[in-house]
Design a protein around this ligand. Structure first.
Ligand code: ADP
Ligand code: ADP
Length: 224
């Protein structure tokens, strides 16, 4: 698995240049994307997740042209957006079953099995019949990870996943992410240095739409 981003630019209709020619190579494992608020992290994540177009540049995922062949990328993608919201009046089990059906698992008993094992994995097994509206912040984030993991994606993008979590919830979330299998790319976008230092073997720093650094977290710390 390799994701290659070349000279990516994006200017919004209001004139804000969110990405000013970003080039990055991301290999399998946990990759941290660090930068202050407004740096362009979400813009980059949404573009990789095929939810928004770039103005110029290219993105390839194992040879797939991400900006053109969006359907192929979506089949390989798990995404936890920054503003992840849940439908309050549906249970975790029902919601995941629905997403599993959308992702093409047509056999009902297979879906039930997949959903149950995922909810166990994120430690929500005993809460799976409860409506999502009753979940705490930590539980919602764990549900968010469960939906992102559905269908064994090869590229997982999590955008500011620990925002609003207390330290214990954050630790559980870290544990969950660090269990994700081999031959998978996980991109963790965050403004929290500790998130990246704890979890990631490789990282980049972006600032004002430009790439400031790519390398290991240890080397990045030597810069400051
Ligand atoms: P980050 O995720 O690092 O906080 P964003 O990608 O959200 O950064 O934002 C980068 C810049 O682009 C900011 O100046 C932000 O205000 C602007 N921006 C983000 N999304 C939009 C949008 N949909 N329309 C206009 N400007 C946007
Ligand atoms: P965690 O991230 O481990 O879930 P939380 O603060 O989210 O930490 O909740 C701790 C535990 O308390 C949960 O696992 C759950 O058993 C219970 N809990 C918290 N909030 C709710 C809620 N709104 N509805 C049901 N159970 C809850």
């Amino acid at each position: 698995m390799q994701l290659q981003i070349h000279d990516l630019t994006k200017t919004y209709p209001n004139g804000v240049q969110a990405l000013k020619g970003i080039s990055l190579t991301i290999n399998q494992g946990m990759f941290g994307l660090l930068g202050p608020n407004g740096a362009g992290k979400s813009s980059l994540m949404r573009t990789i997740a095929t939810l928004q177009d770039a103005d110029s540049g290219s993105i390839t995922l194992d040879g797939i042209d991400v900006l053109k062949d969006k359907e192929a990328v979506r089949r390989m993608l798990g995404y936890l957006p920054q503003d992840f919201g849940v439908y309050p009046k549906i249970s975790a089990e029902q919601m995941l079953d629905h997403i599993a059906a959308l992702k093409g698992i047509s056999n009902k008993s297979e879906r039930k099995e997949v959903v149950a094992s995922l909810l166990d994995k994120v430690n929500l097994g005993s809460h799976k019949k409860k409506n999502l509206g009753t979940y705490s912040g930590g539980m919602k984030q764990r549900f968010g990870i469960a939906q992102a993991l559905l269908g064994q994606p090869k590229l997982i993008i999590v955008d500011e996943p620990t925002a609003g979590l207390d330290p214990a919830e954050r630790n559980r979330f870290y544990n969950l992410l660090s269990q994700i299998g081999e031959n998978t790319i996980v991109i963790l976008s965050t403004h929290i240095v500790e998130d990246v230092r704890t979890l990631c073997s490789d990282m980049a720093i972006i600032c004002q739409g430009g790439l400031m650094y790519q390398g290991t977290p240890d080397d990045a710390l030597n810069l400051v």
